[in-house]
Design a protein around this ligand. Structure first.
Ligand code: 73E
Length: 836
């Protein structure tokens, strides 16, 4: 039955169809209505959390009206759509973003004021949506914001984890992990119980002949789990476009099987099945840049790929087009190799279910996908054991073997004399057990492969994927340097700075066209402007100092130099280099004549970040930072000269407070290891400077802002291999300054030396893989240059303003435009008058 209301009866619908609010009184009406009905509360028991719920529900309704219209508009326009597949979407809070993007924050502020609430207090009630680990997940969130803002017809597809990234507490200096159950009240999602997909696992494959005598493969048996869609509206900034993020949740299928069990009185086992199914989407794996090969993770990946592809194909089929038009309608971007099974699944759908010829199907597949690589770290490159895949996804393994066979045949034809190349590029690694190399499969199945910053994109072409450049040609490999959304990372995180910039540039146009920031350079000598600039930085530092006081009890001086390193804890990111540098500074202060101690620039070293629960070295680094903090912060010789702070539970909303409050931030990875980094961009955009290595996007930031405005140090990527080789063959002498730091640790200055023995020996006796010793001298000398520069506050301010003015390139709007033009070949939706 056609579920559409006949034309003559539509008048009532049109009359009562919901209209998006714009007025204060309308917001107040909606707020009170939700408090009194949806939430069953009243003005006598409306606390800040209830107020958050009320205003969030009001704005959710507002978003969903535009969301509905956007979907209709996109269906009607019938253009190519972008599908962004990511296992992580690190969205953070939604309310502030929703209010700003629809342009009603000021109005909402007044409305809440009328009703007895301060908007900041209400906003801070919201729990972060923390469905990601770090940069990769946050990048996906920035991309959603930019795709909506630029009116691209785009969908995000991910998993609706019941538990996001764990909450971190620091107990006696150690990290403790607390589960993050975040779904108690989440007004931003819409369950779509009518949109479900059954996903199959295990079972066997049988060959059959169809009526035309062709061999077909039937995948039977095993178990099925149901995917249920939950939709999250993604509002663009200053446009009605509201795109969709679809997250899949797993549950047991309500099929025959359970029914029989219930009837047979086997209630407990039926409930156990139910729970087993729900386990698939229960928890986000808390590893950043590390793959552990767990079966449940592979199940998550297939569950999500299968459900998403089914949905995408279903939408395509509604247009009644021929299959060869699929790549003209659909662009699927793989956020790292995590969704690589989508390639295999589409081939399976086309060959086994839609009965296309293999070659025709493969042509469609390879013109649909794009693959973004985010890391060269070997421990992060995904490989799945062949026996595991054979068991879980028997038909997919067959298809992978066939893809590999045809690929290797073509390679052999082209390189008949290279005897090793087939083993090197085979999707199957001939180890025990055999492994499926997901990155190779992703390359072979995609039209384009991109890295995320220039150095990184060059490195993948010359190292891990070198053979594939020879085989597929250089045009398949490209670079798209990462970016960040200026809406969240300037306007929302730093409203005062955004307002100051708008006052000079004549409006907020820069939020949609970040290159406009360059006009700021015209105001570099404007005294009033500079004064406001400095005041805003001080206010932001004061706000952070207040948080630090509340969270740690330590009082820090907002006039000191705030030196910040916040990111996941990882040896390659080298928080150990930073804390060793802090100890070096401490020893220097202690060694000074008390009269001299007035000279150094007072500094607050601020750390934050989570360690993967099973990553012992990273946890040791956190422990050392906290021990060093408690010694230094309680040493009366030091006073305000040096304070060390570990901010617990670093997340998106903490980042929004911390980024605007830094004077200098540290991006000090071993050269060649950090693919891009994106917090480097957030700090500079908020008027902070960088101390960093020649790595990732630091290099392009330097090119844009000028090398006089950044503090670079350390060995270059091209020298890393040689240095490691030298260490390995015994030619290694610990830097003398670092040796003194190690002596202090070994002497028990920061607690039992045994606690840190493994960390020190990773540098001293295990070949110093991350070159901490090699870069130490250059690091501490450069930190002295930072002190020097900070003493001259006027020049420092020049550097900050100039840098912000030159950050336009790092908007995620620029990034999305590059993807759209050079990889996806999609067009923005023409909004006609609506977008004016
Ligand atoms: O350099 C960052 C990059 O800025 C990189 O380490 C990160 O991606 C960011 C965005 O491009 C990243 N995360 C992961 N790999 N690279 C990763 C790998 C496995 C699981 C979770 C995250």
């Amino acid at each position: 039955v056609e579920a559409t209301i006949p034309e003559p009866l539509r008048e009532a619908w049109r009359k009562y169809s919901a209209k998006p609010f714009t007025q204060k009184s309308e917001i107040e009406l909606e707020f009170v209505r939700h408090i009194e009905t949806t939430l069953a509360r009243s003005l006598f028991n409306c606390d800040e959390l209830a107020a958050y719920s009320g205003i969030a529900l009001a704005f959710r309704d507002r978003l969903i009206i535009e969301w509905n219209k956007t979907q209709q508009r996109q269906t009607f326009a019938d253009q190519k759509r972008i599908y962004y597949l990511s296992l992580e979407f690190l969205m953070g809070r939604a309310l502030d973003n929703a209010m700003l993007n629809v342009g009603l924050k000021d109005v909402a502020k007044e409305a809440l004021g009328d009703l007895g609430f301060r908007i900041e207090d209400v906003i801070s009630q919201e729990h972060d949506a923390a469905l990601g680990n770090g940069g990769l997940g946050r990048l996906a969130a920035c991309f959603l914001d930019s795709m909506a803002t630029l009116n691209y017809p785009a969908w995000g597809y991910g998993l609706r984890y019941r538990y996001g990234i764990f909450k971190q507490e620091i107990v006696d200096g150690y990290q403790v992990e607390i589960p993050d159950y975040w779904l108690d009240f989440n007004p931003w999602e819409f369950p779509r119980h009518d949109i479900t997909v059954n996903v199959q696992f295990y079972g066997t494959v049988n060959k059959q002949r169809d009526t035309q005598g062709r061999t077909t493969h039937i995948w039977q048996g095993g178990e099925t789990v149901q995917a249920v869609a939950y939709d999250v509206p993604i509002p663009g900034y200053g446009t009605p476009t509201t795109n969709n993020l679809r997250l899949w949740s797993s549950k047991a299928t309500s099929g025959e099987f359970n029914f029989q069990k219930f009837n047979a009185g086997d209630y407990e086992s039926a409930v156990a099945d139910e729970q087993r199914a729900e386990t698939i989407s229960a928890v986000l794996y808390p590893n950043d840049n590390l793959e552990r090969g767990k079966e449940l993770r592979l199940k998550q990946q297939y569950f999500w790929c299968a459900a998403s592809l089914y949905d995408i194909v279903r939408r395509f089929k509604k247009t009644k087009r021929a299959w060869n038009e699929f790549p003209d309608q659909v662009a699927i971007q793989l956020n790292d190799t995590h969704p690589t099974l989508a390639i295999v699944e589409l081939q399976r759908i086309l060959v086994d279910i839609e009965v296309l010829e293999w070659d025709e199907a493969w042509h469609i597949v390879t013109h649909t996908f794009g693959y973004t690589n985010h890391t060269v770290l070997p421990e992060a490159l995904e490989k799945w054991s062949v026996p595991m895949m054979q068991n879980l996804l028997p038909r997919h393994l067959q298809i992978i073997y066939d893809i590999n066979l045809f690929f290797l045949q073509s390679v052999e034809k082209r390189f008949p004399t290279d005897r090793d190349i087939l083993a090197r590029v085979s999707i199957i690694e001939e180890s025990h057990p055999k492994m499926v190399r997901m990155a190779y499969l992703a390359i072979i199945g995609s039209q384009k492969v991109n890295g995320v910053a220039e150095l990184h994109s060059d490195l993948i072409k010359t190292t891990i994927f070198k053979d594939f450049v020879d085989i597929c040609g250089p045009d398949k490999f490209t670079n798209v340097t990462n970016g960040i959304t200026p809406r969240r990372w300037l306007h929302q995180a730093n409203p005062r700075l955004s307002e100051l910039i708008a006052s000079k540039l004549g409006g907020y146009g820069f939020l949609k066209d970040l290159a406009l920031l360059e006009e700021l350079e015209d105001f570099i000598n404007d005294k009033e402007f500079r004064k406001s600039w400095v005041e805003i930085k001080l206010m932001n530092k004061t706000r952070l100092a207040k948080h630090i006081k509340e969270a740690t009890g330590y009082q820090v001086n907002p006039n000191a130099l705030f030196d910040v390193q916040v990111k996941r804890i990882h040896e390659y990111k080298r928080q150990q280099l930073n804390i060793f540098g802090v100890i070096h500074r401490y020893l220097a202060i202690k060694a000074m004549d008390p009269k001299e101690r007035a000279k150094p620039v007072p500094r607050v070293s601020i750390f934050g970040g989570k360690a993967a629960p099973g990553y012992w070295m990273a946890k040791t680094i956190i422990h050392l930072i906290n021990k060093v903090a408690s010694v230094i912060n309680n040493d009366p010789d030091v006073g305000d000269l040096l304070k060390v702070i570990f901010v617990a539970d670093y997340n998106v909303s903490k980042a929004e407070m911390i980024c605007p409050a830094s004077d200098i931030s540290e991006h000090i990875s071993t050269a060649g290891t950090e693919a891009s980094g994106t917090s480097n961009m957030k700090f500079v955009l908020n008027g902070g400077l960088i101390i960093g290595t020649c790595d990732g996007a630091n290099i392009e930031i330097t090119r844009e802002i000028g090398e006089q405005n950044i503090f670079l140090f350390g060995n270059l990527a091209e020298d890393v291999e040689e240095l490691r080789h030298r260490h390995y063959y015994g030619d290694f002498k610990l830097d003398m300054h670092l040796a003194k730091v190690f002596d202090a640790i070994k002497g028990g200055m920061f607690g039992p030396p045994d606690d840190f023995a493994a960390l020190l020996s990773s540098v001293e006796s295990h070949s110093d893989y991350y070159l901490v010793s090699d870069d130490f001298l250059s690091y501490i000398e450069t930190q002295e240059l930072v002190d020097e520069a900070f003493r001259n506050q006027d020049e420092w301010t020049d550097k900050c303003i100039t840098s912000v003015a030159r950050m336009g390139f790092f908007s995620s709007d620029r990034v999305i435009t590059e993807y759209a033009e050079s990889i996806w070949n999609v067009e923005q939706l023409d909004m006609g008058k609506e977008n004016e």
